[in-house]
Design a protein around this ligand. Structure first.
Ligand code: ADP
Ligand code: ADP
Length: 232
């Protein structure tokens, strides 16, 4: 469960100038982590979009397989059940933190939500009555920091419990306490799942099973951290 394969994937946006991805092939083994690195415009987000079928985008050539099955043959609904997404900047509802974590999982119990919050290192905020249970977040309530918003998204995804994860790490600098909390939260989330990350944190890159270096829509280097450093 959760094995991903890109097979000679080429893709051009309708209004794009040239191919955003050119002949991309790689595998993410069950439970392993792949880090996508490369300059802005290299094609990292396009890889995630095609896998999740954001905007119903599909490869022009090649195939994307999950557990051996071409994703163009599965329903959007089942695809989205299998894949959890943690975006760079999560949009929260004007509601409580608890609601924001539980949203998307109909019938989740308070206990389940609290446990997800704990794994996402959100327990301080959650347990500090009334912030977690009652106070509104968002434009009409308290504002959460970027790191807190990300941990809400992580907790929501933990609750959803998908075999596959797509992560778009924030580029903004965080203070060291927050950084540690997020690192721990991400570790708890990634554990036991197949993950594909647009990686900015050194810790994510260093711990990835495979790093793909992209440039102009192509994979120009690949290997684990040790191999790539040795290659330099
Ligand atoms: P990265 O995530 O590495 O910054 P992207 O996957 O967003 O790169 O972009 C890859 C290429 O596709 C770039 O040349 C970018 O300009 C182009 N591109 C991205 N999104 C769109 C879009 N919605 N329409 C047209 N071109 C796009
Ligand atoms: P916009 O500024 O265009 O409304 P945002 O992405 O900033 O878009 O916000 C979308 C929604 O996400 C807001 O309506 C608000 O409810 C929520 N939100 C944004 N920033 C925060 C924050 N720091 N803490 C809590 N909720 C937020």
């Amino acid at each position: 469960d959760g094995e991903i394969e890109f097979e000679n994937v080429t893709f051009s946006y309708e209004n794009g100038r040239g191919p955003a991805l050119h002949n991309i092939s790689f595998k993410v083994g069950k439970g392993s982590s792949v880090a996508l690195v490369g300059e802005s415009g290299a094609g990292k987000s396009t890889i995630l979009r095609l896998l999740y079928r954001f905007y119903d985008l599909k490869p022009g050539e090649g195939r994307i397989l999950i557990d051996g099955q071409d994703i163009s043959t599965v329903t959007q609904k089942s695809l989205r059940q299998a894949i959890g997404v943690v975006p760079q900047d999560s949009v929260l509802f004007n509601s409580s933190i608890m609601y924001n974590i539980g949203y998307g999982k109909f019938g989740a119990s308070l206990q389940e939500i609290e446990e997800a919050a704990r794994s996402a290192q959100m327990h301080d905020r959650i347990m500090s009555f009334p912030t977690g249970y009652e106070t509104l977040v968002g434009e009409r309530g308290v504002r959460l920091s970027g790191g807190e918003k990300q941990r809400v998204a992580i907790a929501r995804t933990l609750l959803k419990n998908p075999p596959i994860l797509l992560l778009d790490e924030a580029t903004s600098a965080l203070d060291t306490t927050t950084e540690k909390d997020i690192q721990k939260a991400l570790q708890n989330l990634v554990q036991g799942r197949s993950s594909l990350s647009i990686a900015h944190r050194l810790s994510t890159i260093a711990s990835a099973d495979l790093i793909l270096v992209l440039r102009d829509g192509q994979i120009v280097e690949q290997g684990n951290h040790r191999e790539l450093v040795a290659f330099d």
